[in-house]
Design a protein around this ligand. Structure first.
Ligand SMILES: Cc1ncc(COP(=O)(O)O)c(C=O)c1O
Length: 679
């Protein structure tokens, strides 16, 4: 039998003991295994509340082995292992039964990994498998309805939209705020088909039924001895200890020590979502790195992917894959529906008036290049001015330099103050009737400054300029409404929004896109071709020459659906507490200089530490399983403004915890303590 993915909301069958009892039984069960420590008081405690650091122990990845028994649940010890305790008849599944058969090497991707028993696929996929649902959202919507006209179901009746041709207007989205039936329908993301788990190692030695309790490759049960910061010529590290030491080796699985945080901080230990449940939606967060639980604080570089996105990609390639727009067959219709449905999802997410205003590109970089190469030469002449800010990523500098070189335009730069805030009066003074374009980031990737783009746009428009917003960093953290902002262009990358790499978005106002020539030529973007002349599709097709990244656009829509379920206002509020916590904790480290201290910041903290190159700090933190970025962050101009070539940059997402922030702070503290030995 296939265990359905748990949503955390299913009503427990009457025969099932309550969660506390299950937890206790599971604890007893695991303690009875050879080599397990004796029971402690905490083993028998009630279920852990949200934000209980004990529950931050990463759950061993629920990778079933090809030869493992279906009951050999690779779940975490304690509560989540409970389903394996034989306490009664099997749970009646609300999901369609799959044909019985011998276990095979085909495993449905477990969603979420840690919560469900290994989903051993034993045959062909169910006709209507259950859609994967994020588990971290407290108030779950009812189960997604059947697929709507916005997208063909993967099986069952044929698609309702016309297959084969480029649809006359597949792009309409609802009125502002209103949600069309297509838009409101959750993505059609049927349950996992029986494909091999991408994470499943091909050949895993037989390690017994509970491989995660032994030393399966890549998943050591015991953290090995760590070398500490030895490569830096430093004395070995003591055991990992919290600032308020406990005797447990991994203090962050203990009660949160809020006393370690400055009392004035608005730490809210109760976000509007369950961070531990959210974490279980991200399989990679169960990884160990150097024997320690992975702490992913490189979110500004890229974000991790929830199971719902991974499953959606598998689903697309398993049941919908085809080229789009151009064939009179079923799969072309499914793929076209999925792709154009994704466009509508993006339009709704950023408040665009129409899906026709959404162009799929590779990422923010390509989107900016598209504007520079298509809009630029048509609107910029010698002597015209392009205004950028000092905060920009290279992606929002270099294409404009190329355009300036090509056209003879001039680049002007809005300066920042010592905290990293844009100087709006200086900005206003820069503008004139020569200003044709203003291009600014909404969130600095190097400093974390939130830029008041609404004001920037309004002031820019008064000067008659078009304004491009680089939302690569802001889109995963702040709600965006392009119409409320009145942005002319807005760009972002899917991979920073919990979606796949290689997909991104250019939003352009309809009239602006219509006024732009294509930038690349080829198939898909034309209406007619002769050897004398070609005519082009209206936007957005005009800007999407060739076969696009169809599957990843669909994956991006799944990521957006996931984020919307948690809610960007909730995300922003919670991440604010993480940034405050990190800022205050790091500020207290001797010899640490924070770079970027604007009052309005989001998700990013940048610093340098006396006596260390940023890369050395990054390497040392990696030894403790902490991933941060060290380097110039593709933002050399702003770092040089502060006399620096590189910083260390922890960056946060909603799946990070205050316990992880404590671990970071403690590790940096230890580095600072060791500094004496280096001088
Ligand atoms: C502010 C900003 N803009 C643009 C980019 C470029 O994004 P991508 O490399 O995904 O195209 C980044 C990437 O880090 C960024 O932080």
């Amino acid at each position: 039998m296939t265990t359905p993915p748990s949503t955390g909301n299913e009503a427990a069958p009457a025969w099932l003991p309550d969660e506390e009892t299950l937890s206790r039984m599971a604890g007893e069960f695991f303690r009875a295994l050879p080599g397990q420590p004796a029971a402690t008081e905490s083993d028998t405690e009630a279920p852990t509340p949200a934000f209980d650091r004990r529950s931050e122990w990463p759950t061993p990845t629920a990778l079933p082995r090809a030869d493992s028994s279906p009951t050999a649940t690779a779940g975490p010890p304690a509560a989540q292992a409970a389903p394996t305790v034989p306490t009664g008849p099997p749970a009646p599944s609300p999901f369609p039964a799959q044909p019985a058969g011998p276990p095979t090497a085909d495993f449905a991707p477990a969603a979420p990994a840690a919560e469900s028993a290994p989903a051993v696929s034993t045959g062909t996929p169910a006709a209507n498998p259950a859609p994967p649902m994020p588990t971290g959202i407290p108030s779950m919507d009812p189960p997604p309805p059947a697929p709507t006209a916005g997208m063909s179901p993967p099986s069952g009746p044929p698609p309702t939209s016309a297959p084969a041709t480029f649809m006359a207007s597949p792009y309409a989205v609802g009125a502002p705020g209103a949600v069309t039936p297509e838009a409101s329908a959750p993505p059609v993301a049927p349950g996992p088909p029986p494909v091999p788990s991408p994470a499943a190692p091909a050949h895993v030695p037989d390690l017994g039924p509970y491989y995660f309790l032994t030393e399966a490759a890549g998943y050591p049960a015991q953290a090995p001895e760590l070398p500490g910061f030895g490569h830096l010529g430093l004395p070995p590290l003591p055991d990992v200890m919290a600032p308020t030491a406990t005797t447990a080796p991994y203090y962050f699985v203990q009660e949160p020590d809020v006393s370690a945080a400055p009392s004035a901080l608005p730490l809210d230990p109760h976000p509007a979502f369950d961070v531990q449940a959210v974490r279980r939606d991200f399989p990679i967060l169960s990884e160990l790195v150097n024997g320690r639980p992975l702490i992913w604080l490189d979110n500004a570089a890229t974000t991790q992917k929830p199971q719902a996105v991974i499953d959606r990609l598998v689903e697309f390639y398993s049941r919908e894959n085809s080229n789009i727009h151009r064939a009179a067959h079923e799969l072309a219709a499914r793929a076209t529906d999925a792709y154009e449905g994704a466009r509508k999802t993006v339009a709704r997410f950023i408040g665009a008036g129409s899906a026709e205003e959404i162009v799929f590109v590779r990422g923010a970089t390509e989107a900016i290049n598209l504007v520079a190469k298509a809009w630029g030469p048509a609107h910029i002449r010698a002597g015209d001015e392009i205004v950028l800010s000092h905060l920009e990523h290279h992606a929002n500098i270099v294409p404009w330099q190329m355009l300036a070189e090509q056209t003879g335009a001039v680049i002007k730069v809005i300066p920042v103050d010592d905290d990293g805030q844009l100087l709006l009066d200086k900005y206003t003074a820069l503008l004139s009737d020569r200003t044709k374009l203003v291009a600014v980031t909404q969130l600095s990737n190097a400093l974390g400054t939130v830029v008041p783009v609404e004001q920037i746009i309004e002031i820019g428009h008064r000067a008659g300029a078009r304004v491009l917003v680089d939302a690569a960093q802001s889109v995963p953290h702040l709600p965006i409404d392009v119409r409320a902002l009145d942005a002319d262009f807005l760009v972002f990358s899917g991979h920073k929004l919990f979606g796949p790499t290689g997909i991104g978005v250019l939003y352009g106002k309809r009239e602006v896109l219509e006024d732009m020539p294509p930038w690349e030529g080829g198939g898909n973007m034309i209406t007619d071709v002769t050897f004398e002349k070609s005519s082009f599709q209206p936007p957005p097709g005009r800007f999407e020459a060739g076969t696009g990244n169809i599957a990843d656009a669909v994956g991006l829509a799944a990521a957006i659906d996931y984020v919307e379920r948690i809610g960007l206002p909730n995300i922003a509020a919670y991440e604010h507490t993480l940034v405050e916590h990190a800022t205050e904790g790091l500020r207290c480290v001797p010899g640490l200089r924070l770079v970027g201290t604007a009052p309005n910041k989001a998700s990013i903290v940048s610093f340098v530490l006396d006596g260390y190159e940023p890369a050395e700090v990054g390497t040392a933190l990696n030894e403790e399983g902490i991933a941060v970025r060290s380097g110039h962050h593709c933002a050399q101009p702003i770092l040089r403004r502060y006399g620096l070539e590189a910083t260390v940059r922890p960056s946060f997402a909603f799946y990070n915890t205050h316990g992880e922030v404590d671990t970071l702070i403690a590790a940096v503290h230890r580095l600072a303590d060791r500094r004496g030995g280096r001088r």
